[in-house]
Write a protein that binds this ligand. Structure first.
Ligand code: 13P
Length: 323
């Protein structure tokens, strides 16, 4: 069942975080649903502009609708990840999305406010909620690359002003993580002190953590042992940190790179071990199973595992309109 992002946030805030995963194709979608059913966890499907271009807008929508039918117990929201203004409007008008992200974080503050405000007005008129971004994460996301010297943590006072002026419903905050496989070196990690400061100024307001993949060392080692060429120093967010971030208001956790690593490991190992195979269903099946296991594991770390029944009950009580 596709529901509003707002309804999921209301149940989750301060108690658990919703995993938000980028989806591009059928195998990933099947693994995503299978894993969440195994963990009995609610979740958010993210669609990026890149995915819309790759699979096509209608194809993605129909894959997700087919999965919704195949897994009638699943409770999830559909969200546009890193939208520009026009893509946000397209999604708002489509009638398929629960929420959109407008990412104008690379613009000066006043411009970010103005663009976000326009998107919020259009989205709220149609019952969708809006995630905005303030501060700058490092790394590469879609067509925007931010190098480390331009990355900038979110300023807590600015965050409060930004939310007041834009009316956005959740905020992606830059708190030390970055997109991609190379986030930290040495003992760097999430700036929890910064999240706490933001929460003080925005109590009860859902914060979003981007760049949350863990890039597990054992995954990188398996990929490289099967012919991959990832830098072995690749390092991500410690998945045990999610539980620390939840009481600080982090309600949505974006994970993409780790799913790509699962895809890379499954295929490299498959073709190393079965060089004669030309049936794409064999690695495809292996990917669905491995992706489901990965999702179930993350749900435990996010504390969203086992929440499905209470989310369903809360939705019935609040009479929340499905998206
Ligand atoms: P990762 O690259 O850490 O998976 O982050 C993905 C993300 O934040 C998508 O918006």
């Amino acid at each position: 069942m596709i529901v509003t992002t707002r309804a999921l946030f209301d149940v989750a805030y301060g108690r658990f975080a919703l995993g938000a995963y980028n989806i591009n194709n059928m195998e990933q979608t099947l693994g995503l649903f299978e894993g969440h059913m195994r963990a009995r966890a609610p979740f958010i499907i993210q669609i990026s502009r890149g995915a819309r271009k790759y699979a096509g807008v209608k194809m993605l929508e129909h894959i997700i609708r087919a999965a919704e039918e195949k897994y009638p117990e699943a409770v999830f929201a559909v969200h546009l990840d890193h939208g520009d203004e026009q893509t946000c409007y397209d999604c708002i008008e489509s009638g398929f999305y629960s929420s959109v992200m407008i990412d104008a974080s690379h613009e000066p503050f006043e411009e970010n406010v103005a663009i976000t405000r326009r998107v919020v007005e259009r989205a709220h008129a149609k019952g969708l909620s809006v995630e905005a971004e303030l501060g700058m994460l490092g790394g590469v996301e879609e067509d925007i690359e931010v190098d480390e010297k331009h990355a900038r943590l979110t300023d807590p006072d600015e965050a409060r002003t930004f939310v007041e002026r834009t009316g956005c419903d959740s905020l992606a905050v830059a708190i030390g993580a970055s997109h991609g496989a190379y986030k930290f070196s040495g003992s760097q990690g999430i700036h929890f002190d910064r999240v706490a400061e933001i929460r003080k100024r925005l109590p009860g307001f859902p914060l979003v953590m981007h760049g949350s993949s863990s890039v597990p060392a054992e995954e990188v080692a398996r990929i490289n042992a099967a012919g991959g060429a990832l830098d072995p120093s690749a390092k991500g967010v410690d998945a045990n940190d999610f539980a620390k971030a939840v009481p600080l208001g982090v309600t949505k956790v974006n994970i993409d790179t780790d799913g790509r690593l699962v895809w890379m490991r499954v295929h490299r190992e498959h073709f190393r071990d079965h060089p004669e195979n030309f049936d794409f269903r064999k690695p495809g099946r292996a990917l669905i199973d491995a992706y489901a296991a990965f999702i179930a594991h993350k749900s435990g770390k996010l504390r969203s595992a086992g929440r499905l029944d209470e989310v369903r009950q809360a939705l019935e009580r609040s009479d929340a309109v499905p998206a």
